[in-house]
Design a protein around this ligand. Structure first.
Ligand code: KG4
Ligand code: ZN
Length: 381
């Protein structure tokens, strides 16, 4: 095993949605995970308002970075790199993180790594369960995404097998919670109600599970409509709506499809490890059902603790550290946020390095050059 001091010390910044996350890791060891959330500011709108999120990131950025450095007990000058979510996500929100990461990296003379948000959600599990097996199958379920990804190498090779054709799993939770007047975000509160309810009370539809349906794609909009209609019918008839039973039955339909398809993907691809990440991975029923189905299929399940499943900076730092460890090329200073960065682009290497995988990462020409430039600026000033 590598000595701890040899492992890269990386700070990661995440601002793709409503969480300003700054994490610091050394290799696979989590040193700090500071998160400032603007979720309360969005609650009254029933969803994330991009402009509100961007402004909250701007206000939270510097204090959150300072908090993370303090928590980790490290000095910014000791960092081996600064990683940031380059996409996918809300354009304005991403831009705040990318700008901050550039400013810090430039001022400190450190390499900058623009990384993919989805790959980060997978890589974070290294902080909990150690090195990811290669390949890993990943089920990513959040408010913005639901995908099945095959990852032979988290730093350079992530292949999408399927994804949602309409709503994301978390979005479905949020919408049903709104219909039930349970507030936002919906996932945690539905999870709580469902514990008191009967998952078999109402048989809601399982989207895209017919014999001719795509094997690894998901659809939750039909389910959402079915649940909303069921509730409306009860209300129209002046009957009581059994919230716990509706929550449990809805959750069961989502979790049933997610786990069934994930296990199927593992079997079809001969992969014996399943990783589940993203905000919905915090769901207790999803964890329990995945545990049982994986065990039955001889698959090892890896789910990080809930705090690492929802958006955070540690996951970005984890992927950044892996980029450094594997000598992946740093990003260039014209790195920009890409709200629809494809999952296949695990990171955004600088132009001249786009195809080279040499191991001279920490001293890429780009950064030596910038180092010189920043010195020059100092002398000029
Ligand atoms: O990964 P995340 O923090 O942000 C995105 O990238 O979207 O995921 C947030 C989503 C929300 O839709 C929220 O309702 C859902 O994750 N979520 C849950 C649970 N906790 C959060 N869904 C189901 N059960 C939960 N316990
Ligand atoms: Zn996310």
């Amino acid at each position: 095993m590598a000595r701890k001091a040899d492992e890269p010390l990386v700070l990661g910044i995440e601002t793709s949605c409503d969480e300003t996350g700054v994490g610091i890791v050394r290799g696979h060891t989590l040193l700090a995970d500071a998160v400032a959330s603007s979720v309360d500011e969005h609650a009254r709108f029933g969803g994330v308002v991009p402009e509100v999120a961007s402004r909250a990131h701007l206000e939270a950025m510097v204090p959150t970075i300072q908090r993370a450095l303090k928590e980790a007990g490290v000095s910014a000058k000791d960092l081996d790199g600064i990683a940031v979510t380059a996409g996918p996500g809300l354009a304005g929100a991403l831009l705040v993180g990318v700008s901050a990461a550039k400013a810090y990296a430039y001022a400190l003379g450190k390499p900058l790594y623009g990384v993919n948000h989805l790959a980060s959600h997978i890589c974070v599990d290294q902080l909990e369960h150690g090195a990811l097996p290669e390949p890993t199958m990943a089920l990513l379920v959040s408010g913005g995404h639901s995908s099945l990804l095959l990852a032979p190498d988290i730093t350079s090779d992530v292949r999408p097998l399927g994804s949602t054709i309409d709503d994301a799993a978390g979005e479905a939770f949020d919408k049903i919670a709104r219909v039930l007047n349970l507030g936002f975000p919906g996932g945690p509160v539905i999870d709580r109600y469902a514990r008191e309810g009967d998952p078999d009370a109402i048989r809601f539809p399982r989207g895209l599970t017919g014999p001719r349906d795509p094997l690894y794609d998901f659809s939750f909009s039909g389910l959402k409509t079915a649940v909303a209609r069921w509730i409306e019918a009860k209300r129209a008839a002046g009957e009581h709506v059994p919230v716990a039973d509706v929550a449990a039955s809805f959750q069961e339909a989502v979790v049933d499809v997610l786990t069934r398809k994930a296990v199927r993907a593992c079997k079809d691809h001969g992969v014996d490890h399943l990783m589940i990440g993203g905000g919905v991975a915090a769901n207790t029923r999803l964890r329990a059902m995945a545990e049982r189905r994986c065990e039955d299929a001889g698959i090892t399940l890896r789910v990080p603790r809930p705090k690492l499943c929802t958006d955070n900076g540690a996951m970005v730092a984890a992927l950044g550290a892996e980029m450094v460890a594997r000598g992946r090329a740093a990003s260039s200073w014209d790195l920009s946020a890409d709200s629809s960065l494809p999952v296949t682009e695990t990171h955004v290497p600088g132009e001249e390095h786009a195809h080279d995988h040499d191991h001279d990462h920490a001293h890429s020409h780009d950064h030596d050059h910038v180092h010189e430039l920043s010195k020059q600026n100092l002398y000029d000033a």
